[in-house]
Ligand binder design. Structure first.
Ligand SMILES: Cc1ncc(COP(=O)(O)O)c(C=O)c1O
Length: 407
């Protein structure tokens, strides 16, 4: 016999047992939206998905076969919380090329960088404690830190990134546990924090003794311009740096990493022990094999070319098909751009109309931690759809916008 959960009143009854903090937990708007956009004929600019046709499937298959044939006893076994030592060595070495000079002992492998954000919440955020972010900011971070009953204060973004010169004023009013920064090709805005601002941020952080969380999933995906020094290279003593293979290899492996000063890294290790003991040994060894064989490097070069072309295709199509009342950012890398439509329009309502035309984006309001902006903005992803679909989708959105603006 089975119990029909849909007719049972049990869930209502359980409410009273749930922890208070669950009242602040919401399903991510993007995860919900992705369910609709996965319908076969929808052109989706909504998720942050890499192009699946580019996944290095054969190379991953070779890595799996090799590991199962030669290293199965290690690959299928429990391992240390800190992560697979050769992978940590590889990461420490790669980061040193960007001026981040930490050894493998300062690296912790995480189950995606999303887990790193969660662990950061776990070690820093008491109920009611405040985090300083740009506004807008990454939705997944808001979701992770709300679960620890965190609050948010913000500074705006402009074309040079987060307005870090405003931080001193904000923290005078509200002390913060840390400052969250997306330095390269910001999610959702596609903007990069200028070198001048990075240096200023470090100055402010030193003056006020602040911790910086630098989340950098897109740094390797640069399509124009020169690399800018990571904040962790300028202020290693106070920066927790996050990276991931999700955008440069595949998100399915769930391999991310944190690099942090020794004491903080130790706290994160303890927090991770209670979460999942360690990240999948097998997945770490696959990623390590791909990285050590040089496949990752070639793959990233290919991604830069393909995604750079897709980004330009989207930008060109927007210039051609969108009404002149709209504006958008011109990223130099990453997966997203941010468009602003006239004040009088509501991107949430626009999405409903767009979905009827089978095209999707994420309305801007979702990226504002205090829901105080972005009603007339949208995030568009350009890595997932192929160029002809990008043009078609942008044309459909242009039509939707023109009709709505005329009304
Ligand atoms: C800014 C940012 N941080 C963290 C993540 C989480 O990535 P993952 O957990 O797949 O490494 C994402 C994913 O889109 C992101 O955009």
């Amino acid at each position: 016999m089975t119990v029909d959960a849909t007719t049972s009143d049990a869930p209502r009854h359980w409410e009273r047992y749930l922890a208070k903090r669950t009242s602040g937990m919401k399903s991510s708007a993007i995860r919900e939206l992705l369910k609709i956009t996965q319908l076969p004929d929808v052109i989706s600019f909504a998720g942050g998905l890499p192009a699946p046709e580019l996944f290095p499937v054969r190379e991953i298959e070779e890595a799996c076969s090799y590991l199962l044939r030669h290293e199965a006893k290690m690959a299928l076994q429990y391992s240390t919380t800190e992560g697979h030592p050769p992978l940590r060595e590889f990461l420490a070495e790669s980061l040193s090329k960007y001026g981040i000079h930490y050894g493998p002992d300062n690296v912790l492998i995480t189950t995606g960088s999303q887990q790193a954000l969660d662990l950061i919440g776990k070690i820093f955020i008491d109920p009611g404690a405040t985090v300083l972010t740009a506004s807008p900011t990454y939705l997944g971070a808001i979701q992770a830190w709300r679960a620890y009953e965190g609050e948010f204060v913000n500074v705006p973004l402009d074309e040079d990134g987060m307005c870090v010169e405003r931080i001193a004023d904000v923290i005078k009013e509200t002390p913060v546990r840390f400052v969250y920064v997306l330095p390269n090709f910001h999610n959702p805005a596609g903007i990069t924090l200028s070198e001048e601002r990075r240096r200023l941020l470090v100055e402010v952080a030193r003056k006020h003794d602040l911790i910086i969380v630098e989340d950098d999933p897109y740094g390797a995906l640069r399509y124009a311009g020169e690399n800018i020094p990571p904040i962790a290279s300028l202020a290693p003593e106070r920066t927790i740096y996050l990276g991931t293979f999700s955008k440069t290899l595949t998100p399915g492996l769930r391999i991310g990493w944190v690099v942090a000063p020794t004491e903080l890294r130790q706290r994160l290790v303890q927090a991770k022990q209670g979460a999942d003991l360690h990240t999948s040994t097998f997945d770490q060894m696959i990623a390590n094999d791909i990285a050590q064989r040089g496949i990752l490097k070639t793959h990233v070069q290919k991604l830069r070319q393909v995604y750079g072309d897709r980004m330009n295709t989207m930008l060109d199509a927007m210039s051609e098909f969108w009404p002149e009342e709209c504006s958008w950012t011109h990223p130099r890398g990453g997966l997203f751009l941010w468009a602003t439509v006239p004040e009088s329009l509501n991107a949430m309502e626009l999405l409903n109309v767009a979905l009827k035309r089978k095209v999707a984006f994420v309305p801007g309001v979702n990226f504002y931690p205090n829901a105080d902006g972005g009603h007339n903005a949208m995030r568009l992803n350009f890595s997932n759809a192929k160029p002809d679909m990008i043009v078609e989708g942008i044309q459909r959105l242009g039509l939707t916008l023109k009709e709505t603006i005329v009304k």
